[in-house]
Design a protein around this ligand. Structure first.
Ligand SMILES: Cc1cc2nc3c(=O)[nH]c(=O)nc-3n(C[C@H](O)[C@H](O)[C@H](O)COP(=O)(O)OP(=O)(O)OC[C@H]3O[C@@H](n4cnc5c(N)ncnc54)[C@H](O)[C@@H]3O)c2cc1C
Length: 520
């Protein structure tokens, strides 16, 4: 199976086989719960609900795992990536304790499911290390370790130096009891387990609309596939599409999170030269590193290194993300060999560091959402599945208010600055409406490339395919009309305002946009 989200291919696809699923039946299908999205959030939700007797239908436009779960680096962390100091500042000490406890519970749940359902997904418990930079303000690690302890993370210890990979390192915090796994092997096993509990999984079906209903009037919620007539009606719908495109309540969620591209490389390294652990640094954007041992070689592992994040559609002109990652890696891990994988993916960064999980703000009581994954989407998706399943079956869950998608800003200075900064950045993207195009003639566009051309008062997204044929569509994103930009790494049109993405021919690849770019 090929990944659907762009042309680059993560390592996971070389060591897992993703099965195909059928299309939904014609007409209307009835379920207790309809889950839209078969990534880790959607499939975990379906599995948990089916285990307590709910009739669940899962719908996905692509194969299972073909969203960001297939593009992850698969660190399983309860050490919050935005750091405990920040989470405590924005959500208070109690919020920080719940954030830690819920992410730790997510790792436990993944381990329990993997063991209980006999999913061979290379799950392992291991330590994680956060390294500081010489330019960090004094005391940064001490304050972070203290905040981690206040959050309940007692196995977090600061070291002035430590021996790792045969070298003495600089100052760091060691976080115990973190995890790693193979995300596609896990998802394939999880889908099979969900089916054994009665879940019906359908792929190749794009949900274009989700409507809520008033359960007091006996109404059902509806997920409409394409423009109909196929649909699923259910007592509850869970939108687990990573960016919640089919519930287009952008005032509720889109202005509170921002889409970022993140880059990964995989380098061969002789087995035993790098300790099996998770690694991060404090740079902004931060680097994240882990070892992938389940590879295809008896003598070598693959060192996965990620970072160089930037807002979607806003790749700096001087950026060479893969080259910069390789240079950084060779400085820090001099004994790595050749680069064997390069890929990118997308994360949704919430302005206050935590996901938006629970009742969808504008859709009534029976539509639920899991989004705002940040760099911790595997644990956010898993804890989100636990929380949403509890809400659906009426179990109390103390995580509810912390992750409430309708939560008001905390008004901490940090969050207000972040919120204003992100939304000023969005506004700035609309100046593209006034500028010229990237090229003045389609003859300037090489095969396999795209460029924006001005056409009178309008702008056109022009793509020349490998055979030389030219495809044209409107350059205005169908979400909120910003001008899309060509992403030459993944060969997609990316919207710099809210992160929607489209294929070279203008088909939607990733929300919030739900409709294709207008063909010309
Ligand atoms: C490079 C990179 C590294 C990362 N590293 C980590 C990490 O180390 N640890 C961590 O915890 N997280 C990490 N993340 C984040 C994490 O991988 C994701 O947040 C997580 O996998 C998201 O899971 P999900 O189920 O919410 O979404 P997805 O896996 O994206 O699943 C959503 C599904 O919904 C489907 N869909 C979308 N729209 C529709 C529609 N309209 N109709 C039907 N189906 C639809 C898609 O096809 C997709 O299958 C990383 C992400 C990236 C990109």
């Amino acid at each position: 199976m090929k990944p659907r989200d762009g042309i680059t291919k993560p390592n996971w696809y070389d060591t897992a086989t993703v099965p195909g699923y059928g299309s939904p039946p014609p007409g209307e299908t009835r379920a207790d719960v309809c889950v839209v999205g078969a990534g880790i959030a959607g499939l975990t939700t379906a599995y948990l609900l089916a285990k307590v007797g709910q009739r669940v239908v899962v719908l996905d436009e692509g194969p299972i795992g073909s969203g960001q779960t297939g593009r992850t680096s698969a660190h399983l962390a309860s050490a919050i990536d935005d750091r405990f100091v920040e989470i405590e500042r924005m959500h208070g000490e109690r919020g920080s304790r719940i954030a830690y406890a819920s992410h730790a519970a997510a790792i436990d749940l993944i381990e329990t499911i993997a063991n209980g359902e006999h999913i061979a997904c290379d799950f392992a418990r291991l330590p994680a290390f956060l390294f500081s930079l010489p330019t960090d303000p004094p005391g940064l690690l001490e304050r972070e370790a203290a905040a981690a302890h206040r959050a309940g993370f007692t196995d977090a210890q600061r070291f002035e130096k430590i021996t790792l990979c045969g070298y003495e390192t600089g100052p760091c915090i060691r976080f115990g009891n973190q995890g790693r796994f193979h995300p596609l092997k896990y998802l394939v096993g999880l889908a099979a387990a969900a089916e054994r509990h009665g879940v019906k999984i359908y792929t190749g079906c794009r949900v274009k609309d989700v409507t809520g209903a008033d359960p007091k009037k006996g109404e059902l919620a509806r997920a409409t596939i394409d423009d109909g007539p196929q649909s699923v009606v259910a007592d509850a719908i869970v939108v687990a599409t990573n960016t919640p495109a089919p519930i287009n309540d952008w005032m509720g969620i889109y202005i509170k999170q921002a889409a970022y591209r993140s880059y990964m490389i995989g380098l061969r390294v002789k087995r035993g030269l790098v300790d099996d652990a998770l690694y991060w640094d404090t740079s902004d954007p931060y680097h994240y590193v882990r070892l992938e041992i389940s590879g295809v070689s008896d003598t070598h592992d693959v060192l996965l290194v990620g970072g160089e994040d930037h807002k979607t559609g806003q790749l700096p002109t001087d950026a060479e993300p893969f080259e910069k990652l390789e240079q950084w890696t060779r400085e820090k891990f001099p004994r790595v060999e050749d680069v064997v994988y390069r890929w990118s993916g997308q994360v949704q960064e919430p302005t206050d560091g935590l996901g938006y999980i629970g009742r969808a703000p504008t859709k009534g009581d029976n539509v639920f959402v899991i989004t705002g994954d940040s760099g911790m989407g595997l644990t956010h998706g898993t804890l989100g599945a636990r929380l949403v399943s509890d809400l659906i079956i009426g179990n109390p869950n103390e995580w509810e208010s912390l992750y409430d998608p309708s939560r008001k800003p905390t008004h901490s200075i940090g969050e207000v600055v972040e919120f204003v900064h992100e939304n000023l950045n969005v506004a700035a993207q609309y100046t593209d409406l006034l500028t010229g195009g990237d090229v003045s003639s389609e003859d300037e566009i090489a095969p396999g490339c795209g460029a924006i051309m001005r056409q009178g008062a309008s702008k056109v997204a022009v793509y020349r395919d490998e055979l030389g044929q030219v495809h044209k569509c409107s350059a205005f994103c169908t979400h909120l009309q910003a001008v899309v930009r060509w992403n030459d790494i993944e060969k997609t049109w990316d919207c710099p305002a809210h992160g929607s993405r489209f294929s070279p021919e203008g088909k939607p690849v990733m929300g919030p946009a739900i409709d294709e770019l207008k063909p010309m």
